[in-house]
Design a protein around this ligand. Structure first.
Ligand SMILES: Cc1cc2nc3c(=O)[nH]c(=O)nc-3n(C[C@H](O)[C@H](O)[C@H](O)COP(=O)(O)OP(=O)(O)OC[C@H]3O[C@@H](n4cnc5c(N)ncnc54)[C@H](O)[C@@H]3O)c2cc1C
Length: 416
C-alpha cells in the first residue's frame, strides 16, 4: 500500500495533485474466489480487510451492486459508542470502539474519528432508572460511563434547554466520553484501499441476482457481470439482507424500514458533543464542516425506497427545537433515507447458516455504523474458521429458534 503522509501530501501539492494513483484497482472479476463478500459497505469491506490481514485469506472479492459506501455506510449519522446494556452486545460494540481508536493509523487513512462524547438524556424518573442501570452495567463491563446532572449537562452544552418548565424537562444523562463520530466515506475508502493492497478485488457495479447452491453447499453467485464461483459467501447487504437470503432459500427474521437523516446549513462550532433523547425522539451532533447532523427513529412502515415520510422528520425537528430553541431558525440543507434491517431483539445476526459455506452479517438496524470495524473483525473470523468468535457466538441465527434473544431495544431505540 502506498503510504500516505504529510510528505506525500506536500509532494503531490507541489505537483498540483496531478500524479495521485488510484486508491484501489478496478479489476475484472476472476472466475472464482475463496470468499465472495456480497455488499461493499463498511462492514463488507472491513470483513474483506480482516480476512486478508488477520487470517491470510486474500483470494477474496467484494461484490457491490452500486458504488462502495453508497448504502447505509454513506447515509448514516456516524454516531459511535459502546454503552449497550447486555454483556454480549456491550463486549461486541466495545471491541469495535477499541478498533476505532487506532483505525486511522491501522489503515493509514484518516477516518476522522472524533471522541467528543455521546450524551443520552433522561426526562423522567423511569428514564433515569434505565440510565443508572445501563451505566452500572457498562462499568461492570469495563466500559466508561458517567451520569450527569442537569447542571453538569448545561455546563457541557450551554445551549441546551434545561428549564424545569419544558414539556419534558431534562433530569440528567448518561455520558460516554470515548464515544463520538467519524467520517463515513473515509471509513469505506480506508478499508477499501487497505483491502485492495492485500489483494482483495473490489467489484463495483456488480449486482448479485442469485445464489447458486448444489447439495446444500454454495457454488457461487450470479451477478450482472456474470457468474462468480465461491467456496464461501459472506452476505453483508444491510437493508437488502432478506432479499439475498431469499435467493438462497432462507427466511431472515428481519424487517426493512426507511431511516431518515437531515443536515443543516453550516454554522459556527457551537455543539461539541453528541446529544440524543429517546423521550422526545431525536439526536444531534455538529459535523467538522459545521452542519448540524440530525436524526430520529425509523419510519414505521416497511419498504425499500430510500426516502421516508415527511411527518417523521417533522416530529424529529420539533424534538430538536424543543431541546435547542436556539436552532429554530437554522435552515435544513439536505434530507435523505437509507434502508435498515431490523431484528426483533434489536441485535445483529453474525452467523453461519444452514447452507454450507453461506454466512450472514445483518440486522444491525439503526446502529451498525459504530460496529463497522468490530463487525468485520468477528465476521472475518467466522468465515475463515467456519465458527463464530467468542464475541459473536451469541449472535447466531439460531437464537430465534432457541429463544436466547438479547433485547437491546432500550439501548438501541432511537439512540443509534
Ligand atoms: C439515516 C441513517 C442514520 C444512521 N445513523 C447511524 C448512527 O448514527 N450510528 C450507527 O452506528 N449506525 C447508524 N445507522 C446504521 C448504519 O448506517 C448501518 O447499520 C451500517 O452502515 C450498515 O453497514 P453495512 O456495510 O452493513 O451496509 P451498507 O453500507 O448499506 O452496505 C450494504 C451494501 O450492499 C449492497 N447490496 C445490496 N444488495 C446487493 C446485491 N444484490 N448485490 C450486490 N450488492 C448489494 C448495497 O448497495 C450496499 O452498498 C444509520 C443508518 C441510516 C440509514
Amino acid at each position: 500500500m502506498k503510504k500516505y503522509s504529510i510528505f506525500t501530501l506536500a509532494g503531490h501539492a507541489l505537483g498540483r495533485h496531478r500524479s495521485w494513483s488510484r486508491a484501489w484497482r478496478d479489476p475484472t472479476p476472476k472466475s472464482s474466489y475463496d470468499v465472495v463478500i456480497v455488499g461493499g459497505g463498511g462492514h463488507g469491506l472491513a470483513t474483506a480487510y480482516y480476512l486478508a490481514s488477520e487470517h491470510g485469506v486474500t483470494n477474496v472479492a467484494v461484490v457491490e451492486k452500486d458504488w462502495i459506501g453508497g448504502g447505509n455506510t454513506g447515509r448514516n449519522t456516524t454516531i459511535v459508542r459502546s454503552n449497550y446494556l447486555w454483556d454480549e452486545a456491550a463486549h461486541l460494540y466495545e471491541k469495535s470502539l477499541v478498533l476505532w481508536e487506532s483505525l486511522s493509523q491501522e489503515l493509514n487513512f484518516n477516518v476522522m474519528f472524533s471522541q467528543r462524547g455521546v450524551m443520552n438524556l433522561g426526562h423522567n424518573l423511569q428514564d433515569m432508572r434505565d440510565i443508572y442501570r445501563r451505566s452500572n452495567a457498562n462499568k461492570l463491563n469495563g466500559i466508561d460511563s458517567e451520569i450527569l446532572t442537569a447542571k453538569k449537562i448545561s455546563e457541557i452544552v450551554p445551549i441546551i434547554n434545561t428549564s424545569p418548565y419544558a414539556r419534558y424537562p431534562i433530569l440528567g444523562a448518561s455520558f460516554q466520553r470515548r464515544g463520538g463520530i467519524a467520517r463515513h466515506d473515509a471509513v469505506a475508502w480506508g478499508f477499501a484501499r487497505a483491502a485492495d493492497s492485500l489483494g482483495v478485488d473490489i467489484l463495483q457495479d456488480c449486482e448479485v441476482t442469485a445464489v447458486r447452491r448444489n447439495n446444500g453447499r454454495v457454488e457461487g453467485v450470479e451477478t450482472s457481470r456474470g457468474f462468480i464461483g465461491a467456496k464461501k459467501i459472506g452476505v453483508v447487504a444491510a437493508g437488502h439482507s432478506s432479499v439475498i437470503a431469499e435467493m438462497a432459500g432462507l427466511r431472515m427474521p428481519i424487517e426493512s424500514h426507511p431511516l431518515q437523516a437531515l443536515v443543516s446549513e453550516p454554522i459556527k462550532p457551537i455543539l461539541h458533543t453528541v446529544v440524543m433523547s429517546n423521550a422526545v425522539h431525536g439526536y444531534i451532533s455538529q459535523s467538522p464542516k459545521g452542519e448540524l447532523v440530525i436524526g430520529a427513529g425509523v419510519d414505521s412502515y416497511l419498504g425499500y425506497g430510500q426516502r421516508g415520510s415527511f411527518s417523521t422528520i417533522e416530529g424529529n425537528i420539533a424534538a430538536i427545537v424543543e431541546l435547542f430553541p436556539i436552532f429554530s431558525r437554522v435552515r435544513m440543507l439536505r434530507q435523505w433515507g437509507g434502508i435498515v434491517d431490523v431484528c426483533p431483539d434489536a441485535c445483529p445476526i453474525i452467523s453461519k447458516t444452514s447452507v454450507d459455506g453461506l454466512y450472514f452479517n445483518c440486522g444491525w438496524g439503526t446502529g451498525g455504523f459504530k460496529a463497522t470495524p468490530g463487525s468485520g473483525w468477528v465476521f472475518a473470523h467466522t468465515i475463515a474458521r467456519n465458527e463464530p468468535h467468542g464475541l459473536n457466538a451469541a449472535f447466531g441465527i439460531n437464537r430465534f429458534v432457541s429463544g436466547a434473544l438479547i433485547d437491546e431495544h432500550g439501548a438501541a431505540g432511537v439512540a443509534h
